[in-house]
Design a protein around this ligand. Structure first.
Ligand SMILES: [Fe+2]
Length: 282
């Protein structure tokens, strides 16, 4: 159904070896890979240095190993469906992950930068990463008359970015320019129209956005981060995810960074298993 080559939105980040080059590559492509980081402290220190004067907070959010991920998935699995029949799911380590921006449950409080530090990849294979420049994806959709309406919808219509049972207090379009001037384009599997009279007319467009993202995920390139490498990502602009893996020794750390470009910065660490959105609004 997508006639233009949407996989042009796939990103294989370039490997560069200075802070300045990482900044330049992120500006160009939305992401870059920096190597030689062999401890978590080094990885966090590099992330802080990269954000420089704009840095507000950088810290480890969670560790992604098969054990920790499947344990979190099991807790989330016990949470009920919401009134629209939607249910949260973290997926399991053996499956290809849904593309997403990290921290999507937290709405405006999501980090504007994401650092995926690979302590140890999966052996002998598995867990390869994919990245999608979601801003570029909306531009590609706009080129094609068959999907121009979807691109317009993404940039103009407020929708509900909440996860099932964790309502956010505000609505926003899928794509927007935030006050700092950065573009933010979001995707996760629970996007929904705002409940009400336009809901039925808007569902097909929300679903079409989902299909476009899944199409790029499943037809674009993937790449492997090696031990000591960190994928540095503009989390507002680029969606990420990884292929399934079975090696229990794989270790990847998700480090979240907030710069002064972020829409909002939380005061406390965020819990993705039980998001406490009321505390954020305080
Ligand atoms: Fe993630």
């Amino acid at each position: 159904m997508f006639s233009s080559d949407l996989t042009l939105a796939s990103v294989v980040p370039r490997r560069v070896d200075t802070v300045e080059a990482v900044r330049a590559a992120i500006a160009l492509d939305g992401a870059a890979v920096f190597g030689g980081l062999h401890t978590e402290e080094d990885a966090i220190a590099f992330a802080s240095k990269l954000l420089g004067e704009k840095c507000i907070r950088v810290g480890r959010q969670f560790e992604a190993s098969a054990r920790s991920q499947d344990a979190e998935a099991a807790v989330v699995d016990t949470q009920p469906v919401d009134e629209r029949g939607r249910k949260r799911s973290f997926g399991i380590s053996g499956e290809r992950m849904t593309a997403h921006n990290d921290g999507f449950a937290f709405g405006d409080y999501a980090p504007d930068y994401l650092f995926l530090w690979c302590k140890r990849p999966a052996y002998p294979s598995g867990g390869d990463s994919f990245l999608i420049d979601a801003v570029k994806l909306t531009r590609l959709l706009a080129f094609d008359p068959a999907t121009a309406e979807l691109a317009e919808f993404c940039w103009s219509t407020d929708i509900d970015h909440s996860e099932p049972n964790f309502p956010q207090s505000t609505f926003a379009p899928i794509a927007r320019r935030v006050p700092s001037g950065r573009n933010q384009v979001r995707y996760h599997p629970y996007l929904a129209p705002i409940a009400g009279e336009s809901e039925e007319a808007q569902w097909p467009l929300v679903k079409q956005w989902s299909e476009a993202v899944i199409h790029v995920r499943d037809s674009g390139p993937m790449f492997r981060a090696e031990a000591g490498e960190m994928i540095c990502i503009d989390n507002y602009r680029v969606l990420h995810g990884r292929d399934g893996y079975t090696d229990p020794g794989r270790e990847l750390y998700s480090i979240w960074g907030w710069s002064s470009d972020a829409v909002a910065v939380p005061q406390q660490a965020l819990d993705i298993v039980q998001p406490d959105l009321a505390a954020l609004a305080m």
